[in-house]
Write a protein that binds this ligand. Structure first.
Ligand code: ADP
Ligand code: ZN
Length: 741
């Protein structure tokens, strides 16, 4: 009999080590390689593990080592690059490799054949949808052109107006020609079922402007130097076009591309645009997909050659191979960060790890780059490429700040709308434009209060005010943290007095808008409506086709959408974005406002950005527009340096969750005491919302210097925490969050 052979296995659990197993005699060790899936028993349960090492020499008594149950033949083999990425993610985010494996390969019952059939059907549908929307786009352009031509007829010869109109008409004619060409290409595109190669890739369908071409060349140069590139391009400068051309370049070199976006909703709008160029090479992936659909996309990636994956953060965990380029669109967006469960990773930073593993280019782009990326460029690790000119050469949107306090005094408010804003909206609509209205709070009213005793109804399980939702004649109070809801009686539970609503959420704004603009077609987008994915997709598509006049919603409106008819964007109660108790408050407020402003005035008409606020002198408003000239001008980075905040330091957050408040308090104090000598800590403190779903919360923040000891300090930290959990038998209550959003 031959010597027994041992392997180590990654198990989808929060396990600090990779247990060792023996290969039974009937399995030839020569047939088992790293990445194979094996069925193993651990703590009396069965798991599908991943072989992470072969030929290992067991550390414990060999007689205690169990045999694996069997090799999982039905499951795909994990690529070495995948395991390498899991290790880096686990290392960086202080979680276990098993937790990353679990996130990358969630279990679910799947019938692969059905999944494949569904994918083929979906692909055919998609082609029809794209063709349909392209034809509509051409029709819209033709209509615009005939309007311009009619105006040209009427205009006097030799006038400036006539010259401008002719120029516009010429531009539209050109756009129509491009759109027709794209349509022909998609019509000719083979369906997914055809086994034929997906067609050759040419990069000449995209004609970049001079400024874009310069940026593109600098990007390629940065990639050649082996450095990550940050593309800072103002909104409407045509970053997407540059991404597409860069992707084509990678594909033409026989490589694959990963294109990351922060939001599913954004991927939907980009899908059509990318499909026009990549046809069936395009694979779309996001976390809301069914297990079967995920699995079938993963298979397409595994076996794919010359694919482009468009996806949200979890698509970093697909079985990527032969990657030539990673694009991180809207890199500043905090939706890239996963808060729960572990791994609490940031898609942008994980993409950077991937680019190192795959030795491929990476472009992160934004109109409002994160300070992390700005810092990386400032210290020369990343290459900064700036694009400070809009593609359509529209002037910057005007900004108008309306002081709601002053207006109220002058009786210049109608509910939550100032008369000034109402006039602007009327004018925009009369000129055939569209309007978006941003309000940071959803629901009808974000809070309620008793008129008699002043009580504000709170969620029984969370330390937050209940908000009021109206669905038709139904009125419910709901908690936005745990989902608890109850019928709204209008009476205070304490004293029976009547409850009045405090503030206005998106629902109420929608109601007011409907009364103010009875002719307008109005819709709303927020996380209540997003529950219904098809409603969300339809609304975005209807708005982009001009079938909706006013769109009201929360932050989702500020994401990188491209709506051609949008001419006015307005924020109601912008104060809600300011003064959050967080060192990132100004950065975030600026990003939201600047991104929102960038949604309008993207074609031939100049846009208007209206801010309603009670603090018109807040410095953040002064910064809006200042990044147009380049990043240096804003000065947020210097401020962080002076105060020793990230990105100059690294923050790790320990969160305690415990139904027993006393225990959360005492144990967080105790751990803080263990840490205080070796680390720079803040807390423990109770966060603003200090109870969620019955769990009391305490936070300890650790600030680490970014020096050569960083990695050993992180290891020391995790050791202390694990030791503490063990000694106090406090497992499962403390979560560790590296780079909290
Ligand atoms: P950004 O992503 O930087 O905000 P986009 O890539 O969405 O900007 O470009 C803004 C608009 O300009 C889009 O409608 C896009 O179609 C158009 N555009 C940009 N670059 C080009 C180009 N090279 N050729 C044709 N249209 C372009
Ligand atoms: Zn609650």
């Amino acid at each position: 009999m031959s010597e027994p052979s041992y392997i180590s296995v990654i198990i989808p659990l929060k396990l600090e080590w990779e247990p060792c197993y023996r290969l039974p005699d009937n399995i030839d060790p020569g047939n088992v390689v790293i990445g194979d899936r094996v069925k193993v028993r651990f703590a009396n349960r069965m798991y599908s593990g991943v072989v992470s090492a072969t030929d290992v020499s067991p550390e414990t008594n060999a007689s205690k080592i169990k045999d694996i149950e069997e090799i999982e033949h039905g499951l795909e083999r994990i690529l070495p690059q995948e395991i390498e990425l899991w290790r880096r993610v686990a290392d960086y985010y202080l979680c276990t490799i098993g937790e990353v494996y679990k996130a990358a390969y969630p279990v679910g019952k799947i019938n692969l054949e059905e999944a494949h059939a569904a994918a083929v059907a979906k692909a055919a549908q998609r082609k029809e949808k794209v063709l349909d929307s392209m034809r509509q786009k051409i029709a819209r352009l033709e209509e615009r052109q005939s309007k311009k031509d009619a105006l040209i007829q009427k205009a006097k010869d030799g006038t400036k107006t006539k010259a401008k109109l002719s120029e516009d008409s010429e531009k539209i004619r050109h756009e129509i020609a491009i759109a027709r060409e794209a349509l022909a290409k998609v019509e000719a595109c083979p369906g997914r079922d055809a086994d034929a190669p997906v067609g050759s890739i040419s990069t000449d369908t995209i004609v970049l402007s001079d400024a874009q071409q310069k940026a593109y060349d600098s990007i390629q140069e940065g990639i050649r130097q082996g450095k990550p590139v940050l593309l800072h391009g103002i909104t409407g400068s045509g970053k997407t076009e540059i991404y597409i051309k860069s992707a084509m370049h990678a594909l033409s070199g026989g490589k694959n591309v990963l294109y990351l976006v922060p939001e599913i909703a954004l991927s939907r709008q980009l899908e059509e645009r990318l499909y026009e160029h990549f046809g069936e090479r395009l694979l779309v992936f996001h976390s809301a997909e069914t297990a079967a659909s995920r699995r079938s996309t993963a298979e397409a990636v595994r076996n794919g050659k010359g694919y482009v994956v468009l996806g949200t953060r979890s698509s970093v965990f697909l079985p990527h191979h032969d990657l030539g380029l990673i694009i991180v669109d809207e890199e500043h967006d905090s939706s890239y960060k996963q808060d729960s469960p572990a791994p609490r990773y940031n898609g942008r930073d994980t993409a950077l790890m991937m680019s190192a593993i795959h030795k491929c280019g990476i472009i992160s782009g934004s109109a409002t780059p994160s300070l992390e990326e700005q810092y990386n460029c400032a210290c020369g690790r990343h290459v900064l490429v700036e694009l400070t000119e809009r593609y359509h050469r529209t002037d910057d949107s005007d900004i108008e700040i309306i002081d709601t306090k002053a207006e109220r005094k002058k009786r210049g408010m109608r509910g939550n709308f100032s008369i000034k804003l109402i006039e602007h909206i009327r004018k925009a609509l009369a000129e055939g434009g569209q309007v978006m209205i941003l309000r940071s709070r959803r629901a009808w009213a974000p809070a309620l209060q008793c008129e008699e005793c002043g009580q504000m109804p709170k969620c029984p399980r969370c330390n937050v005010s209940m908000s009021l939702h109206k669905n038709g004649s139904d009125e419910v109070m709901a908690c936005h943290y745990c989902g608890h809801s109850q019928t709204f009686t209008g009476k205070c539970e304490k004293c029976g007095g009547s409850l009045k609503s405090l503030g206005a959420g998106t629902q109420k704004i929608e109601e007011e808008a409907a009364a103010l603009f009875p002719e307008a077609r109005i819709a709303r987008l927020d996380s209540d409506t997003a529950q219904n994915r098809s409603y969300e997709t339809r609304t975005i598509s209807d708005f982009s086709k001009g079938h909706i006049d006013i769109l009201i919603g929360t932050q989702i409106l500020t994401k990188g959408f491209d709506f051609e008819g949008l001419s006015l964007v307005a924020v109601i109660a912008a104060d809600a974005f300011l003064g959050l108790q967080d060192f990132r408050a100004d950065e975030k407020a600026l990003q939201v406002l600047e991104q929102f402003r960038g949604r309008c005035g993207r074609r031939d008409r100049k846009g208007l950005f209206v801010i309603q606020t009670s603090q018109p002198d807040h410095p953040v408003y002064g910064m809006v527009g200042s990044q147009q000239a380049g990043l240096k001008s804003v000065g947020l980075l210097e401020e962080r340096k002076d105060f020793n905040f990230p990105p100059y330091t690294r923050i790790i957050e320990l969160a305690f969750r415990d139904e027993n408040e006393g225990r959360a308090h005492v144990l967080s104090q105790a751990l803080a005491n263990c840490l205080r000598d070796s680390f720079d800590i803040t807390g423990p403190y109770a966060p603003t919302v200090d109870r969620i779903a019955g769990q009391h919360i305490r936070i300890i923040r650790i600030s680490l210097k970014k020096d050569r000891n960083l990695s050993s300090n992180k290891k020391a930290l995790i050791r202390t925490v694990r030791q503490f959990e063990k000694e106090r038998r406090y497992d499962g209550h403390i979560t560790i969050n590296v780079d909290p959003a």
